[in-house]
Design a protein around this ligand. Structure first.
Ligand SMILES: NC(=O)c1ccc[n+]([C@@H]2O[C@H](COP(=O)([O-])OP(=O)(O)OC[C@H]3O[C@@H](n4cnc5c(N)ncnc54)[C@H](O)[C@@H]3O)[C@@H](O)[C@H]2O)c1
Ligand SMILES: [Zn+2]
Length: 410
């Protein structure tokens, strides 16, 4: 039997002894033994998560109904979110008090910088780790991180290293974090000017998405967050792509009735890749969901992270789509549909940093180094169909950048 790792088994492991004199390691001095660890990835969508009548959060914090016991709670809130929701800390406290039979009341609430800045040094990670110590947060306690994908990555990384892993509950509050980032099993921060250079793989204890938070996002962050939905639709789901085409104007106008089914489907596809794709910790060369990401990550670092991840992915998706069309592997019709839907969604597709194509091309090697092994880039063959390639041609890339400059301006 396998026990969900993060469900904290109480029974000691049943360690079978091969023979009274031991197993292979004793007799032959060598053994190759599988290590398998199962996790449970709990994802919920709800509205008004901190309304005391909403039990979603209490339910995921107390799945067995035994109550909080000795567990404690550390809350970290994105400062950009705090500015838009000034009563949020009080709402979290009131919610915890109303559900005190199910969950701990917060031992402390920290406001941490939102946006990529919190990933550009270790300050946020260090602060959270120190707070874990100061407020006696144990491995069966919870860190509740509420905010955008950047702070979820930084606070999440702190949660993976403090005590070698404290339970992390993410409440993502941006379109990108809800349709992609919060589903991920990756945490990390940037170092040496490189994206996600330091980090760890660790599934969260739970992810609770609340669409209400999306109401206060900036237009740019709201719209660019859909670049990850376009990406996964292109890779995996022509029906989602068709829906994006159908509802693009409504999504761009922030109509949540049109936007949320897309956010949910994108989240579901990202989650499915992690839970059923067979490689959650990315040990293989290919990183199939990173369509458009080799240039996105490079553009983020070239702009010293002034370009947001969502915008950079919008550019990266457009660039690799035009590249594939120039190579003749993707039809013009499908390339045009992709550029058109991104334009109608209001997704960014250009940044002046693209002028430095030589620097951009160096991003290919950095991407290879980060993933390890051979360079492996996913390129489209059609909408919903992709292939892995192991080289990209610099002059075709240059032509794709020139074409992108034209289409983004038009
Ligand atoms: N771990 C993963 O698997 C994974 C996957 C994809 C992306 N990411 C990471 O996610 C990050 C991008 O996340 P993002 O797009 O959520 O942007 P973000 O976290 O940078 O947030 C954007 C801005 O919105 C503010 N904000 C957040 N929620 C708000 C709200 N509801 N109302 C008003 N303001 C709000 C933040 O303070 C910030 O200024 C990148 O660092 C990217 O690398 C991680
Ligand atoms: Zn991404």
């Amino acid at each position: 039997m396998t026990v969900p790792h993060n469900s904290a088994p109480d029974a000691p492991n049943d360690i079978a002894n091969d023979s009274p004199l031991g197993g292979d390691l004793v007799s032959r001095g060598a053994t190759d033994a599988d290590v398998r660890v199962d996790f449970l990835h709990r994802v919920r969508f709800t509205r008004d998560v901190f309304d005391p009548s909403n039990s979603t959060l209490a339910d995921v914090l107390d799945p067995t109904g035994r109550g909080p016991g000795t567990s404690r709670l550390l809350v970290a809130i994105d400062d950009g979110l705090c500015a838009a929701w000034p009563h949020l800390e009080a709402a979290v406290n009131a919610y915890a008090a109303a559900h005190a039979d199910r969950m701990p009341v917060p031992a402390t609430t920290m406001v941490v910088p939102g946006g990529e800045a919190c990933k550009n040094d270790m300050a946020t990670v260090d602060r959270v780790v120190e707070a874990v110590d100061r407020h006696r947060i144990c491995r069966r306690s919870y860190i509740l991180a509420i905010g955008g994908g950047a702070m979820l990555d930084a606070v999440g990384f702190a949660s993976t290293i403090a005590h070698r892993g404290v339970r992390l509950v993410r409440i993502p509050t941006t379109t990108l974090a809800q349709d992609d980032a919060a589903m991920g099993v990756k945490n990390g921060v940037n170092r040496f000017g490189k994206k996600n250079f330091v980090g760890a793989f660790a599934p969260p204890w739970a992810v609770v998405n609340d669409e209400r938070f999306l109401e206060t996002l900036s237009d740019a962050d709201f719209r660019n967050g859909f670049s990850e939905a376009v990406k996964i639709a292109l890779l995996r789901d022509p029906a989602l792509f068709a829906r994006l085409e159908r509802d693009a104007e409504r999504v761009c106008a922030r109509d949540l009735a049109a936007a949320m089914p897309i956010v949910r489907r994108s989240a579901e596809l990202h989650l499915r890749h992690i839970t059923r794709g067979g490689d959650p910790f990315e040990t293989r060369e290919a990183r199939p969901l990173d369509y458009g990401h080799w240039s996105a990550h490079k553009l983020e670092s070239m702009t010293r992270f002034a370009l947001s991840h969502g915008a950079a992915v919008g550019i990266g998706v457009a660039l690799d789509t035009l590249y594939a069309a120039l190579e003749g592997r993707l039809s013009r019709v499908d390339a045009d549909r992709t550029i058109d839907v991104q334009r109608r969604l209001g997704i960014t597709m250009w940044h002046p940093a693209l002028d430095d194509v030589d620097a951009l091309v160096r991003g290919l090697e950095e991407f290879r180094e980060h993933l390890g092994g051979r360079l492996t880039i996913t390129l489209l063959r059609g909408i919903g169909q992709s292939d892995d390639v192991h080289t990209m041609d610099a002059s075709t890339l240059r032509a794709a950048v020139a074409e992108l400059r034209r289409v983004a301006a038009g």
